[in-house]
Design a binder for this molecule. Structure first.
Ligand code: SF4
Length: 320
């Protein structure tokens, strides 16, 4: 276990039934959990534990790192910053956090909210002003989804700012549900088994992007943000049409979360449990040159055959 995992012990005394009560219920539930209550304490502990665990599992933060925490003003980014600051206060690993908001000049963007919040909590910050809104409106026909160009522009700016600030890692607030939605979008529409990884080398080949909330469920983030009364900035100021494919994935997973929550857990576990020899990707496994021999393949030729019975949760890592 590395230092960050030690800061938030995996043998956390929280019990599963307590966690369920604390807010890990089905997606869409959003009852407010008052700070100071047992439910809030459990919810907060769970988010911190899962964040510490993801950071440890993927070696996201090392001694001396400068973390640029990207702040959109949404619940995810506030929860990430809040949790990183907690871990910073308890981890033996020393790292710095700089909160960065990119003001994209969307009409009605309340530009005072984030600076006031940063001042109040005492975090170092930078507000970057770049009018990507006008560029996007100019280039994309009305009524079309503008997110992909907008995100590309935003990424380029954030990578540049990270270098200016001397940041060694760029932290994004994507969570478990974003990872699942992206996985399914790629599979259903992109013909790829691919998602948002918890840690990656950015497109520019120089920056390292991390997603500390990779194990945290979106409903828990929403509950936490509501309980903490973070000053949320709405994400619809740009007037972009919603991405209908992503929306369809979200609705499907929300439905499964209610009817078959084990599917979601198993799917998430599966992303970290890939058997290249049991897939069809010839670039990952050499199907031409392998030779028969004992002990060659740990998982052998066992699969879920037509009449196999799979016990509930048989091999699913119960992260939540
Ligand atoms: S919702 Fe608006 S601000 Fe967000 S990525 Fe899409 S176009 Fe950009």
């Amino acid at each position: 276990m590395n230092d960050m995992a030690a800061a938030v012990p995996l043998s956390d005394p929280i019990q599963a039934d307590e966690l369920a009560q604390a807010g890990s219920g089905p997606a869409g539930q959003s009852e407010v959990t008052a700070p100071g209550s047992r439910r809030f304490e459990l919810l907060q502990k769970n988010i911190r534990r899962l964040t510490g665990r993801a950071i440890a599992d993927f070696d996201m933060i090392r001694d001396g790192d400068v973390i640029m925490a990207c702040m959109s003003g949404g619940a995810d980014s506030y929860t990430m910053l809040d949790t990183l600051r907690y871990l910073q206060s308890v981890a033996p690993v020393k790292f710095e956090i700089i909160a960065v908001n990119l003001d994209q000049k969307q009409p009605g963007f309340p530009e005072h909210i984030l600076p006031e919040y940063f001042e109040r909590i005492g975090v170092r910050y930078r507000i970057v002003e770049e009018d990507t809104y006008s560029i996007v409106k100019d280039k994309i026909a009305p009524g079309k989804t503008t997110c992909s160009l907008c995100s590309r522009l935003r990424r380029g700016i954030l990578y540049r700012v990270a270098k200016e600030l001397g940041a060694t890692k760029i932290a994004l607030g994507h969570h478990r549900d974003d990872i699942l939605h992206t996985f399914m979008l790629n599979m259903f529409y992109g013909g790829k088994i691919k998602t948002m990884p918890p840690k990656l080398i950015a497109d520019d080949g120089e920056n390292v992007v991390i997603r500390p909330l990779a194990y945290v469920r979106e409903p828990d983030i929403k509950k936490y943000a509501a309980a903490m009364q973070f000053p949320i900035i709405p994400c619809n100021l740009c007037g972009s049409q919603p991405n209908l494919q992503r929306q369809a994935m979200r609705e499907m997973l929300n439905e499964w979360e209610k009817t078959n929550p084990l599917w979601i857990k198993s799917m998430f576990t599966a992303m970290g449990n890939i058997a290249p020899s049991h897939m069809l990707d010839r670039s990952l496994f050499d199907f031409t040159h392998f030779t028969p021999g004992p002990g060659k393949e740990a998982s052998g030729d066992t699969l879920f055959d037509r009449d196999d019975k799979v016990e509930d949760g048989q091999s699913v890592i119960n992260l939540l």
